[in-house]
Design a protein around this ligand. Structure first.
Ligand code: SF4
Ligand code: SF4
Length: 459
């Protein structure tokens, strides 16, 4: 290669970097992240409804916050929509039966997170009788509306599981001026939000109008990545009904859907470390959550079902499936024709942030947006090698962290040193692990680092 070729490459690279820099300045993309393959195989598949399984396993923890206490016992009969778990703690969300049938067990059972949680096991009767308490909520002020949303059991349906009534209860010292509806859906494979936009766009608009009034905001942005042109078109058309609502086309770059990245990309506001979107005047809600609010206010049916993307190279018939909460993973995969290859890895959630499952005898919970199954050859199982100090993990980190040093100090067991690296700012997006040529287990070590810091502080 001659020197002129080298100069040309260097010039091309510079132009590329300049372009990225300009886009950052123009607030179109955030710093860092990773260009992951999209693999939205199920995007154009209409949602199919799965029938009632023989039994459901409904855990008493399906959200961030305090677990619920079961309100039913073995031998009780239950109906669809009946309250079966609640907590008097503020950060929690009630849990309802998704089926009619008989409670056959209330005991600690394996949870998708890998630990045991008190779970209500219900043998279904197939009748799907609806409980008499299920009726559209009556409310006459904001407090009552938030209480109704709490009673619906709604939590963030994008995968976070944070109780919605808490998110919507804005402290008196905070002022919100913007609602962002998150339709970015940046993880590979998952198309649950996309299908909601394509199938229930009017509900999304209905939910937006309710939230605009509740939050008293003058501006609503619906953020969608540019790999979903049909969704952008659909909501842009409906958004013409109000000058206050705009659809924003976002650059497809992982983790565009993470709250901090989304707020920055759309408003240019930076959320300081340890702070929330509401600290910069923004509430972020997932499209499915917004849509659910409209549906709940019409019907009064609490959160008992959700759409799950079932995909991965080992699944025979990938699909978007409407699943009753508590349905066992094995039943969901069987509904999709089972596996046509030997399964090596099953994930709840996407390949970047999902949680590996070691049993199919756990169940779909409120924040399960995807179930993925892969054969051995689809899974990157190279062993870790030594860090070559290439800095790629640092460049990929959208939170400006230094994953290689966190990893180093976790291995050394040095929690005092870890404090310097703002470990708790990590959103566990996995971008650092994805780009690491040495296959370092960076996200795992960051989770360990958080645990070590908690332990060191005695919390
Ligand atoms: S350190 Fe955390 S936030 Fe940064 S890239 Fe890694 S997982 Fe994402
Ligand atoms: S990307 Fe991997 S190899 Fe490169 S500095 Fe980070 S940890 Fe080390």
């Amino acid at each position: 290669m001659d020197i002129s070729s080298l100069n040309r490459i260097s010039q091309d690279k510079k132009q590329n970097l300049d372009e990225v820099e300009n886009m950052i300045k123009a607030k179109k993309i955030f710093k860092g992240g990773a260009a992951v393959p999209h693999r939205k195989n199920t995007a154009e598949m209409e949602t199919v409804r799965m029938g009632v399984p023989e039994k459901v396993l409904i855990p008493m923890l399906q959200h961030i916050g305090a677990p619920c206490e079961p309100l039913v016992k073995k031998g009780d009969t239950v109906k669809v929509g009946q309250l079966i778990g609640s907590s008097d703690k503020y950060i929690s969300a009630p849990i309802h039966s998704s089926v009619s049938g008989t409670v056959v067990n209330v005991a600690p059972m394996l949870y998708p997170g890998g630990f045991h949680v008190t779970t209500v096991e219900i043998k279904t009767d197939g009748k799907q009788e609806v409980h008499e308490d299920v009726k559209p909520p009556v409310y006459s002020n904001k407090k009552e509306l938030i209480e109704a949303i709490r009673n619906s059991g709604l939590v963030g349906l994008g995968g976070a599981g944070f109780p919605t009534h808490v998110k919507l209860s804005i402290p008196p010292d905070k002022k919100i001026d913007t609602l962002i509806v998150n339709g970015a859906e940046c993880e590979p494979y998952i198309t649950s939000d996309y299908r909601e936009i394509m199938e229930n766009s009017w509900n999304i608009m209905g939910g937006i109008y309710t939230l605009m009034e509740l939050l008293e905001v003058n501006k609503v942005y619906i953020g969608i990545e540019d790999n979903k042109p049909a969704a952008i078109k659909e909501l842009t058309h409906l958004a013409k009904t109000s000058e206050k609502i705009d659809v924003i086309t976002l650059k497809s770059r992982y983790p565009q859907g993470a709250e901090k990245m989304l707020v920055y990309s759309i408003t240019g506001r930076k959320i300081p470390p340890g702070k929330l979107p509401l600290d910069v005047g923004v509430v972020v809600m997932n499209v499915n959550s917004v849509s659910f609010i409209a549906e709940y206010l019409k019907t009064g049916m609490p959160l008992i079902k959700r759409r799950v993307t079932v995909d991965g190279e080992a699944v025979k018939n990938p699909a978007n499936v409407e699943v009753l909460i508590g349905t066992r993973l094995e039943d969901v995969f069987n509904f999709c024709g089972g596996f046509d290859r030997v399964v090596h890895k099953v994930l709840m959630g996407g390949p970047m942030m999902g949680i590996a499952q070691y049993s199919l005898d756990t169940s779909v919970v409120k924040h399960t947006n995807a179930l993925l199954a892969f054969a051995r050859e689809d899974v990157d199982i190279d062993a870790e090698s030594v860090c070559i100090r290439c800095g790629r993990c640092v460049r990929a980190c959208p939170m400006n962290l230094m994953p290689l040093f966190i990893n180093h100090n976790v291995i050394k067991g040095n929690p005092q040193e870890l404090k310097r690296y703002n470990v708790n700012d990590c959103i566990e997006c996995g971008s650092c692990s994805y780009v690491c040529p040495a296959k370092r287990h960076l996200v795992q070590s960051i989770r360990l680092a958080k645990a070590q810091l908690r332990q060191a502080s005695g919390k």
